[in-house]
Design a protein around this ligand. Structure first.
Ligand SMILES: Nc1ncnc2c1ncn2[C@@H]1O[C@H](COP(=O)(O)OP(=O)(O)OP(=O)(O)O)[C@@H](O)[C@H]1O
Ligand SMILES: [Mg+2]
Length: 220
């Protein structure tokens, strides 16, 4: 079996199992929430029950993203450079200072915009978090985002100068693995699923001078 066929089957299984979980478990969780609110009354806002239910909700939202990442792609033409700018606009100027971009503007591609967004968002987020987690004060160009294409595929990459990858790289891609406090560890799994749905691959590797390099490629 070719690698691409294996990935397509994996994607189908992912779509099925995530859809099943959402369908079967979201309504009981909604009911638990309603009942807890009613039963705890004034104590609800400060309760551990509320806090734990919020983390269950975050996991559910991520499962929903995984399901969407495995859905049938709907390609349309859009500007990848504008998407990067839009996502960077969400960060404060102090953060923007040490992020640079290299790539054609505009850069029109024909791909599913929501799948590409999952790939771009998670690459940028992880690089910025790694940079912020490293002790040294960030310098200009510490995070570099680049994009382009070849005859057959599009590519998107982010390199950072953060603390680098701890432990086996494949572990980082597993659903629910995180080395960060208050993170659920779904980002790379969602991004990899999205890129594989577009027939492509996602890698994370140590960068030349410390930090990490995140690279996605998918078929034109
Ligand atoms: N750029 C990076 N530099 C160093 N480590 C990284 C980088 N990107 C990912 N990792 C490692 O891979 C782990 C998994 O990443 P992933 O994006 O899946 O989850 P997360 O960022 O921990 O949580 P979430 O994305 O759900 O907020 C991270 O916890 C981190 O240990
Ligand atoms: Mg992440």
């Amino acid at each position: 079996m070719s690698d691409d066929v294996r990935k397509q089957i994996y994607g189908k299984a992912m779509e099925w199992i995530t859809g099943f979980l959402l369908h079967e478990i979201s309504s009981p969780i909604g009911l638990v929430r309603l009942a807890s609110r009613r039963e705890l009354g004034d104590r609800w806002d400060e309760s551990e029950t509320k806090r734990h239910l919020e983390s269950v909700t975050r996991v559910f939202e991520a499962i929903e993203l995984l399901k969407n990442a495995a859905g049938v792609p709907r390609p349309q033409e859009f500007d990848l450079s504008a998407l990067v700018d839009e996502l960077l606009d969400e960060y404060k100027p102090e953060v923007r200072e040490w992020i640079s971009t290299i790539g054609a503007r505009p850069f029109l591609i024909k791909s599913d915009p929501s799948l590409v967004r999952m790939v771009v968002v998670n690459g940028i987020r992880n690089a910025i978090e790694a940079q912020q987690g490293a002790s040294a004060q960030p310098n200009p160009h510490d995070v570099t985002i680049s994009w382009g294409d070849t005859d057959v595929d599009y590519w998107f990459a982010v390199v950072d100068h953060g603390g680098g990858i701890n432990g086996p790289i494949e572990t980082a891609f597993e659903i629910g693995n995180s080395t960060k406090k208050d993170h659920i560890g779904f980002g790379l799994a969602i991004a990899r699923q999205a890129v594989e749905t577009m027939i492509g691959s996602l890698s994370l590797e140590p960068a030349k001078d410390g930090g990490a390099l995140y690279t996605a490629r998918w078929r034109k």
